[in-house]
Design a protein around this ligand. Structure first.
Ligand code: MRU
Length: 364
């Protein structure tokens, strides 16, 4: 019981492959099987990681950021390479581009890939390819550790916002399973629960893939946090009945103006929270902020297969299945990051705020 008893979502280390050969591996929980089975699988190639990301075996913005970085480390450590630095660097660019485009919406994926590719690129330029694998491995291990530390800081910063005895509602899974460990929105919930600030959590089912019912409710139950699942279309009614004191969600990409992409359904939740005067918070690491995009309309939205929504034997309806939607900054009462909480302030030019202001937040 307790959050510390949860399994880690991603782990790196030397492991035996199917042929009994010792290789650098990335172990993940196969999240497609949860909650029925918590199976750990180990991946040894970057192609296997791309497939795991696309099939939602590993998912959630921070987790796919570290998994994407891990894909590059697997390529550097396990695959044969041209030892000429220019040829190596060109192949690295090709693999990095392929991994970064595995899913389009969460900016953390390309962020993680860039971090490790940059570290390898610098090592190769300085000393040739000999140490590239060691550099890549050290870099992903550092990123994995930093992710957990970041989530714990998000948790501590967010917990302070909640009055004692709060009941909160969350959408999708922004928990330990969506990160290396601990979670972002659920990180806030774990920290606040320990302090008595949260007494109950309402989990949106999160159609069509069911991250809320399959992952969040499972994870919270394992951690001993009291929770209830409702269908997505029941959230507004819970608010109307006075059962929700705050909404906390994660994010896949936050634009410079604060517009935020998160799991589809987040936008209607924010509208319902606004109508009922319930604070709506986004919890995310600063690596989820994309200052290169001015506003939400520029965020690439992933569309997924219609069979996720409707799979019948005799009938195949036309299906609309965006995996994410955009919540405008005007509906968000605060961004809970590892560096502090940013609250929207109306600026002279009429914009709510600019997340470049983040640089002014003193690190904890
Ligand atoms: O399609 P998914 O399951 O990867 O979507 C995940 C979400 O939308 C999460 O809320 C988001 O990535 C934040 S995870 C800390």
């Amino acid at each position: 019981m307790g959050v510390e008893s949860l399994p880690r979502t991603l782990e790196f280390g030397w492991r035996e492959d199917a042929e009994g050969v010792e290789r650098f591996g990335m172990s993940i929980i196969d999240q497609r099987l949860l909650p029925d089975e918590c199976r750990i699988v180990t991946l040894f190639t970057y192609e296997a990681v791309i497939e795991a990301i696309q099939t939602l075996e590993v998912r959630g913005a921070p987790a796919i950021g570290v998994a994407g970085a891990g894909a590059i480390a697997l390529w550097a450590a396990n695959q044969a390479h041209d030892v000429q630095p220019e040829a190596y660097a060109a192949e690295l660019r090709r693999v990095a581009a392929e991994v970064s485009s595995a899913r389009p919406t969460a900016v953390n994926l390309s962020w993680g890939v860039k971090r490790v590719a940059r570290a390898i690129g610098a090592a190769v330029a300085a000393d040739g390819v000999d140490d590239a694998a060691d550099v890549a491995i050290a870099c992903v291990q550092e990123l994995a550790e930093a992710d957990e530390a970041c989530n714990r800081a998000i948790g501590a910063n967010g917990a302070r916002l909640l009055p004692e005895g709060s009941r909160v509602l969350t959408h999708c899974n922004a928990g330990s399973l969506a990160t290396v460990f601990y979670g972002t929105a659920l990180g806030v919930i774990y920290a606040a629960y320990e302090q008595g600030r949260i007494v109950h959590v309402y989990c949106d089912e999160t159609r069509p893939v069911g991250q809320g019912v399959r992952l969040t409710a499972w994870e919270l139950t394992q951690a001993g946090v009291p929770c209830t699942v409702q269908c997505d279309d029941m959230a507004a009614m819970l608010m109307k009945q006075g059962l929700v004191d705050a909404v906390i969600v994660g994010a896949d990409r936050i634009c410079a103006n604060g517009d935020t992409a998160n799991k589809v359904g987040t936008y209607q939740l924010a509208i319902a929270a606004d109508y009922h005067r319930i604070p709506f918070y986004v919890a995310a690491p600063t690596s989820t902020i994309d200052p290169t995009l001015a506003a939400g309309g520029q965020i690439p939205i992933e569309f997924r297969d219609g069979t996720e929504v409707a799979a019948f034997e005799e009938f195949e309806p036309h299906v609309y299945n965006p995996a994410f939607d955009i919540t405008p900054a005007s509906l968000i009462n605060g961004f809970i990051t590892e560096k502090g909480v940013i609250r929207p302030v109306l600026r002279e030019d009429g914009s709510l705020f600019d997340l470049h202001d983040l640089s002014r937040i003193a690190p904890l």
